[in-house]
Design a protein around this ligand. Structure first.
Ligand SMILES: NC(=O)c1ccc[n+]([C@@H]2O[C@H](COP(=O)([O-])OP(=O)(O)OC[C@H]3O[C@@H](n4cnc5c(N)ncnc54)[C@H](OP(=O)(O)O)[C@@H]3O)[C@@H](O)[C@H]2O)c1
Length: 290
């Protein structure tokens, strides 16, 4: 099976590289190609068409995305092109070239008003341009592709790229006192755990069957916390002496509104592929111990 991974230089793309490398010997029938924007700008429709005419794949894992949540508020056109138009074009090409797609989406498609973890069938109602464009991308993939799985994930961090873990680690060391929002609750997710889950799906006998049904699944680390709880844990794990002060959202205004509660129920991915969740505290500890 030939697998193409887009967004190969992003957080998830890099962790997928590690997962592929670790499983090289247990997956002899899988051939992976990683690309990023400098290999192929997926917004270039003609170049993308040419690429798929010259190279054949059975599965495309789309990790390419516009992920600057606040910037998207004033850069709607680019967010739309990357998060909605690229999936639309990939969906179209998947019919011509008969490949399945694993597409990555986000908890930010929800409005955060739920009082229990979100299930896949809950009505999405995004609060930001990023969330709106990601929802459009999901819809193109589900409605227009040859076969697909959409995986929604949340609060990703990785050794690669910029993320909350890196930012908090840096400013906590510099300042010794930081203020962090404590009334937005979600599930921090180690991108390596998501990469491992994707690798399990790729080599699972149910892959083609589930793609044909075009399923949405949720995957995040288990448990929940606020950004404040997450920041405290980041400092504790690294023994950084820092006073982490809880503040309400209104004291840290951002251009994009975020859901107050975006915890996701992940039992569906477990039913389909036998993928268990790891507690976010254990995942964070593991992150710092490598
Ligand atoms: N980060 C989070 O907290 C989070 C939370 C929930 C869901 N997600 C979703 O998870 C997925 C992976 O996120 P991530 O954090 O790994 O993202 P990321 O680190 O921002 O990686 C995205 C990659 O896509 C590339 N890309 C952007 N535009 C492209 C284009 N026109 N053609 C080809 N490649 C392009 C980017 O290149 P450049 O860097 O050069 O732009 C980057 O390497 C995304 O779908 C995201 O929406 C992320």
């Amino acid at each position: 099976m030939r697998v193409l991974i887009t967004g190969g230089k992003g957080q998830l793309g890099n962790d997928l590289k590690s997962s592929v490398y670790e499983r090289e010997h247990s997956n002899p029938g899988l051939d992976f190609t990683f690309i990023d924007i400098e290999d192929l700008d997926l917004t270039n429709v003609n170049a993308t068409q040419n690429f798929f005419s010259k190279n054949s794949f059975d599965l495309v894992i789309n990790c390419a995305a516009y992920t600057a949540v606040d910037k998207a508020q004033t850069d709607e056109k680019n967010a739309e092109i990357v998060n909605a138009d690229i999936p639309k074009n990939l969906a179209k090409l998947s019919n011509t070239h008969k490949f399945n797609i694993i597409h990555i989406s986000t908890d930010f498609v929800f409005d955060g008003k739920s009082n229990r973890p979100y299930v896949e069938t809950d009505y999405p109602s995004p609060l930001s341009i990023y969330g709106i464009t990601k929802l459009k991308g999901e819809e193109h993939i589900i409605n227009e592709s040859y076969g697909a799985i959409v995986i929604r994930t949340s609060w990703l961090y990785s050794k690669h790229g910029n993320n909350f873990v890196k930012t908090i680690s840096r400013i906590a060391k510099e300042r010794g006192e930081i203020r962090v929002i404590d009334d937005q609750v979600g599930s921090p997710t180690n991108a390596k755990n998501l990469a491992d889950a994707i690798m399990t799906i790729v080599s699972h006998p149910n892959l083609n069957f589930v793609c044909k049904k075009k399923e949405i699944v949720h995957f995040c680390n288990s448990g929940e916390t606020s950004w404040h709880g997450f920041a405290k844990s980041i400092c504790e794990n690294q023994k950084i002496e820092c006073n982490v002060i809880p503040i309400p959202t209104q004291d840290y205004p951002t251009p994009a509104k975020r859901p107050q509660y975006s915890v996701m129920n992940c039992s569906h991915i477990n039913e389909l592929f036998n993928i268990e969740q790891i507690d976010w505290r254990i995942a964070l500890k593991a992150f710092f111990s490598f």
